[in-house]
Every structure is written in structure tokens, then in C-alpha cells.
Design a binder for this molecule. Structure first.
Ligand code: NAD
Length: 419
């Protein structure tokens, strides 16, 4: 019996089973590695602008505390539930271990459509959520960050709320803050930059010329837009993008800077151009060099996986590929290079770690140093993953997750089981 339910949690369990079998982890050790250490559910009542009161359900799941504090984003989205948050926390653990950060994974969220709230209502909800979480988080316990539906402003409200209760400014309680409130240079761009950097590496290995390459990107929020921006800077043509309101396609390439300006002003791609409208599902199977899912989970289904016409699948989102689709991608390994989520989007948590370190030390780095160190860590993890996949003849996902799971397991074994 477990309180964690739903397709996304089942996916995390299923993936862990594959890794545990591959690593021949004894059955009685598995639950200790997989099941979250703590989960908190809170009711967040707020006043709406019309004077009424609405209660929103919020969650935080801390997966393991073996390597240090837990670390992970906070998602404001209608489909958020405890099972999804737990799955995302588990994936964060393997990701942090893969890239060598001293954290366990965590995730949080509120089941809400943030676009349906006014700025004042959003602020009230963000502050109330953090206030409810104060007994369970801390700079050395659990450090929050942005995820889907939250941004730098929400992180600033989280930090301010926590600090008000402490009677002093505690910038290191959250990462992904604005630079004006203790954030680091390069965090806003970090996840997308990391995705694009790794894609460029893979294109180099596959002898794909950047200025002849094409990309399709699903999701045009923080991660999708900065991935598109960086790829375009490298010379890659962005032939299609989408968000929750629809997709745009232009074979000769879209103007990413103008799309970013438009979404900043209007909140989404809706209304950018009627002439460029395209079917969002069909967009995923357009012929291209790289497909970047950068939105929600479970979009690469077995049906889509069979029809993909990309040469690289760069998973910027968490959990975009179902385990059933993975079986198909395994058979297409010679055609499609998969950059699995726990590596592809790790640039975000790597630079969040740099932000936490800088806040603790009150010593701030130049953006060039932040980015250089981010790429160095990504390169190291990429090399380890590719080598391991070749030696053990497994998929990149299995190799990357095996490295992560193995590190958490080793830490638990050397620390022992209390009492
Ligand atoms: P965001 O809220 O900034 O943007 C999300 C985007 O996805 C929006 O453009 C939204 O319209 C779009 N979207 C939502 N549902 C969609 C659908 N069904 N089809 C197409 N587009 C859809 O979120 P984000 O921070 O860019 O996060 C995107 C993904 O990247 C999530 O899976 C998140 O967990 C992951 N991620 C984010 C970070 C980070 O630093 N923000 C780090 C690692 C991983």
C-alpha cells in the first residue's frame, strides 16, 4: 500500500525496476531506495480578488536525505497531484547523483492553473504555500526552485516569506531567484543552455552541421524558449514550436527572439500568427535533426515513438517518454540518439546548486564562470553515460539512471541503516 498513485508515479516505479534489475539490486533493498522519505500535503486558503475564499491543495515530497538537503522545483499546474510530485522528486534524486551534487531529490506543487489567477492572487498563494512549508524546509533541509508554472517572481515571494518568519534575509532557502534578490547570473538561461549545449555535442559526434540542422520544440516556457534561443544562436533552424495554446511551423525557420518577446507580452503563443498554425501532435513527428519535448510528461507515447523522424530526442522536460515508448526507442537506437531527461535538463539544478553555494558564501560569480562550470559538469556526466551505455550495451536512459541510483545506493550502504 502506498499513498502515491497515478501514471507518472507508476512510470518512475517502472523505470526504477528496470535499473534495479540491471544493477541486480536485491529485492529487500529496493523500497528503501525508491520510496520517498517524507511527503507533506497542505491546504492553502487565500482570498480571491472578489472577496471569496478558495482553498488550494499543495504538496512537497522529499525523496531521500542521504547525501545532503533535498532540492527540487515547485510546480503550479492543474494536473499536479501527490503521485506526480513524488515521481518528479525521485527523478531529481537520480539526476542530482548523476551530476554529482550533494542533494537528494524533492519536488513540490499546487494543483492550480496559475494563468487563471490575478498577480495578487498568485502572490497570496505563493506566500501561503511557503508559509505552510516553513516547518519542513530550510537551507540545509530542503531547498526549492522554479518549475512549470512558477518563475523568478514566485521564488522571490517564497524567499521573502521565509525570511520574514526568520527575522533575517535567508536567500539560500530557494534558488532561481531574481539576481536583484540573491539569485545567480545564468540561472534563468541555465536549463535551456544546458539542453542546447548537449545537443551541440551530440550533433558534433554525429557529424551534423549546425548551420544545416533543424529543430522542433514542444513547450515555449523557460526551458523551451532558452533552448530554442541557444540553438538558433548556434545556427540551427527552429522549424516548429508549440505551447499549450497551439503550434507554429515554418520550414524556413521561426524568429525565436520575436517569439520570446511575444510570449513575454501576451503570456503564450496564441495569436502570434494565423498563417503559421500547425497541428501540435503532428509537429512531434516532423522530419528534423532534433526534437525537444520541453513541456509535460508522457508526450512521447509508443505510437509517437514509432513515427518519430528526428535524429536526436533531447528530453528537456521531465518524464516526456513513457516506458512503453522507451521499448520502441531501444529498437531504434541506431536511428535516434536519446538524451535522457535526467542529463538533458540537469543544467537547471547544477546552476541552482551554484546559486545556493554563492548565497551561503555571499560571494558571487561572473556569468562566464557559472556557464563554464555548468558545461564542465554536463560534459563529465555525458561522457560517463555514453561510456557506460556502450560497455553494458544498454540505452542512455538506463546508463544515466544506473549511475545515479548506484551513487545513492553506495551512500546508503556506507552510512548504514539507523538504528
Ligand atoms: P514553464 O511553465 O516556464 O513552461 C511550460 C511550457 O509548456 C509553456 O510554454 C506551456 O504553454 C507549455 N505547455 C504546457 N502544456 C503543454 C502541452 N500539453 N503541450 C505543449 N506545450 C505545453 O515551465 P518550464 O520551467 O519551462 O518547464 C518545462 C519542463 O522542463 C517541465 O517538465 C519541467 O519539469 C522541466 N524542467 C524545468 C527546469 C527549470 O529550470 N525551469 C529544470 C529542469 C526541468
Amino acid at each position: 500500500m502506498t499513498v502515491y498513485k497515478g501514471p507518472v508515479f507508476d512510470m518512475a516505479v517502472n523505470q526504477f525496476g528496470v535499473i534495479a534489475d540491471h544493477l541486480e539490486i536485491p529485492k529487500d533493498e529496493r523500497a528503501r531506495l525508491l520510496m520517498p522519505k517524507r511527503s507533506v500535503t497542505v491546504s492553502c486558503p487565500i482570498h480571491l480578488d472578489d472577496g471569496s475564499v478558495q482553498v488550494f491543495e499543495g504538496y512537497r515530497v522529499q525523496h531521500h536525505l542521504t547525501l545532503g538537503p533535498t532540492k527540487g522545483g515547485t510546480r503550479f499546474a492543474p494536473q499536479v497531484d501527490l503521485g506526480e510530485v513524488a515521481a518528479l522528486a525521485i527523478w531529481m534524486s537520480w539526476k542530482c547523483a548523476l551530476v554529482g551534487l550533494p542533494y537528494g531529490g524533492a519536488k513540490g506543487g499546487i494543483s492550480v492553473d496559475p494563468l487563471a489567477l490575478s498577480p495578487k492572487e498568485l502572490e497570496h498563494l505563493a506566500r501561503r504555500y511557503m508559509q505552510e512549508m516553513i516547518p519542513f524546509v530550510g537551507p540545509h533541509t530542503d531547498v526549492m526552485a522554479p518549475d512549470m508554472g512558477t518563475n523568478e517572481q514566485v521564488m522571490a515571494w517564497f524567499m521573502d516569506t521565509y525570511s520574514m518568519y526568520q527575522g533575517k534575509t535567508v536567500t539560500e532557502i530557494v534558488t532561481g531567484k531574481p539576481v536583484s534578490a540573491g539569485g545567480t547570473l545564468g540561472r534563468r538561461e541555465a536549463t535551456g543552455r544546458g539542453v542546447a549545449y548537449l545537443i551541440r555535442r551530440v550533433m558534433g559526434d554525429m557529424s551534423i552541421k549546425l548551420n544545416e540542422a533543424t529543430a522542433v520544440i514542444q513547450g515555449f516556457g523557460n526551458v523551451g524558449s532558452f533552448t530554442a534561443f541557444e540553438l538558433q544562436r548556434f545556427g540551427v533552424k527552429i522549424i516548429a514550436v508549440s505551447d499549450h495554446t497551439g503550434a507554429l511551423h515554418r520550414a524556413s525557420g521561426l524568429d525565436v527572439a520575436s517569439l520570446m518577446e511575444y510570449t513575454k507580452k501576451h503570456g503564450s503563443l496564441r495569436g502570434y500568427s494565423d498563417a503559421l498554425q500547425y497541428d501540435p501532435q503532428e509537429m512531434l513527428t516532423l522530419p528534423c535533426d532534433v526534437l525537444v519535448p520541453a513541456a509535460v510528461e508522457r508526450v512521447i507515447t509508443p505510437e509517437i515513438a514509432g513515427k518519430l523522424r528526428c535524429r536526436i530526442l533531447a528530453e528537456a522536460a521531465n518524464g516526456p517518454t513513457t516506458p512503453e515508448a522507451d521499448l520502441i526507442l531501444d529498437k531504434r537506437q541506431d536511428e535516434i540518439f536519446v538524451l535522457p531527461d535526467i542529463l538533458a535538463n540537469a543544467g537547471g539544478v547544477i546552476v541552482s546548486y551554484f546559486e545556493w553555494v554563492q548565497d551561503l558564501q555571499q560571494l558571487f560569480w561572473e556569468e562566464e564562470e557559472v556557464t563554464r562550470r555548468e558545461y564542465h559538469i554536463l560534459d563529465r556526466a555525458f561522457d560517463q553515460m555514453v561510456r557506460r551505455a556502450q560497455i553494458e550495451k544498454v540505452s542512455h536512459r538506463t546508463a544515466a539512471m544506473a549511475i545515479g541510483v548506484e551513487k545513492v545506493r553506495a551512500a546508503k550502504q556506507t552510512r548504514g541503516l539507523f538504528p
